[in-house]
Design a protein around this ligand. Sequence first.
Ligand code: BGC
Length: 755
Amino acid sequence: MKTGKLLSTLAYTALLMSCNTQKDPMDAYIDELMSKMTIQEKIGQLNQQVAGDIMTGSEQDTEITELLRNGEIGSVLNVKGVDRVKAIQKIAVEESRLGIPLIVGMDVIHGYETVFPIPLGLAATWDIEGIEESAHIAAKEASANGVAWTFSPMGDICVDPRWGRQAEGAGEDPFLGSRVAEAMVRGYQGNNYENEDNIMACIKHFALYGAAEAGRDYNTVDMSHLRMYNEYFDPYKAAVEAGAGSVMTSFNIVDGLPATSNKWLVTDVLRNQWGFDGFVVTDYASIDEMEKHGISDKQHNAALALKAGTDMDMVARAFVETLEKSLNEGLVSQSDIDTACRRVLEAKYKLGLFDNPYKYCDEAKAQNSTYLPEYREVARRLTQESFVLLKNEGNILPLKKQGTVALIGPMSESNGDIVGTWCVASDPTKYNNVREGLEKALEGKAKVLCTQGCNFVDDPYVQTATRTLVPFIDKEQGKREAMDIARKADVIICAMGEDAWMSGEGSSRSDIEMPAPQRELLAALKTLGKPIVLLNFAGRATAIKWESENIPAIMQVWYGSECADALADVLFGDAVPQGKLTVSMPQSVGQLPLYYNYLNTGRPVGEGADRYLNFTSNYIDVRNDALYPFGYGLSYTTFEYSDITLSANEMTANGSLTAKVTITNTGEYDGVEIAQLYIHDLQASICRPVKELKGFKRVALKKGESKDVEFEITPDLLKFYNSDLQYVLEPGMFDLMIGTNSSNKALKKASFEVK
Ligand code: BGC
């Protein structure tokens, strides 16, 4: 298809060949196009606007039709529905002077209509192939619905779960976070964009957004470069190396400058050191926010952002409103504008939008490619894999499909909440809520009684502000109804925790324990002396010490459109839990930030210290350990690890060695174990973490089966950035640990030396 005004890139390539020119076809095409563009049209390419569907900030939709005709918009975001996308694209292509197509972006964060667990839950599968597949399915559905570009993955490491956006990332670990980020980029983008199922990824929020002080969203960040390079940068860099086509800057400051205007970050690190050659978009109105950060006015902030290397302005309209003036006044140069414009046009070229601007706008395809049974099947499997079984006293789980089950809690019947945060395109009428999922699984075998029982939180204002549709009910009546059905039941399942919007953007919590009304109801139900299973819906690590001491079975649940069916599968033993935490779950909020890969102090108490020790690094009132550590998760079966066998006790700076363990399924079910490799550099030129994840393997083991599991230790796994920020391998002794989670008692240990 031709745009009508622009020559298709194929036709253009043919023309070039006939002229016998040596130029790269993309460069030549864009040179030719840019030679026709006015300065306003060039700046227009740098402007992204909302089209009214979903907004996360205060910027309002302006009448975009006229702006599209004038060539003042290069991209729109979060437009839902192929017909709407097509209509908007048509104006840009057929009614603007040059007919340059728009690039349409959307927050497809954990699926489009087929909704996978939230990213934190996807990470808990440790199933890298599965995660890649989830992103590919998301891309298939999104691309069929007009979307060419997703604002995902989020590579922000987060060690403070008060930050609600922990939900959107892979958790606290740089190694796992990197593997997840690159898998998602591969899943969205595939090998190239020729395949129309593939869309462009955007690694965000560059950088350090997850390190907001006190876990309060948008808050200040202050961090050493050593820490950035050795921990926080890893997932972004991995995504760039996997070929991510775009990067989004973060809201926070880095080294005292808003990320959007931080040249060191956006140009020196991202482009010069890492070789990123795509385009950079701001986060929502972040150029406007620079004024509140106390930098300058709109015009100067826009100039600073452009000069820093930021190419596209998300909704602030700062570039369109000020860059021409800044050019005239010498604040920015023609080449600053040209460079950014070229990068945006290159993305459109690579996506094939010049050849066919309606590539992603096929109505029939949208109908036939969304929420397909085969996609839902994958989502159901990954959702099963994501659940983390935290406790299963007396092997209450799996339950038998018999008798009467009481399902209680505000998550029980909420289709709106079960998909979790950031679901721009899900359709709540299409999937089951928890009650429906259990009823379907138990039909003809057992009876399900169900009631809401309590509110999510005590304050009706907060419950409404989180946007849940679950009604605010009378406390006493809710409790009476819950006790009533619980008395009639053989087992009580509590679907409780956080509604979909208690985590995610802008949803910071200072107290991450089970909210009071839910805990009170749990305590009341406990007095009945019946088996209770708590399904803890959460978009973060929560602090559930009381629950872990009082409720016999607890499973961590991370939402998704197929969550209800997946829950029924796991609760009744048709599938076995296998997820493991990718965040440390604290005993108390006062321990935060809490993470397994900490640096030792000079006065450590040591892991597992069971009482307060004066003049050592600990608290009077709580032990240092996590309630449930990073990497933790139970199965219905049990696994045993042999000691580690090393292929050698020494390795050279360019050699390698292998570490082997034998894992045996010693329980009564077939299962999957996620074996984890940790390394500790015992003496180095800078302090190194007590352990760092450096490998993991998912191992399927039939009941009674044993398998050897090998990890190769290569120099890359041992390198780090030294105080000169050089990436080095230093000789010396290393500890190597393999086991079922990150706590010392769960790990086998061996040592080796790098000569
Ligand atoms: C969020 C981004 C998101 C963007 C567009 C912002 O508020 O921080 O993660 O991609 O909105 O919706």
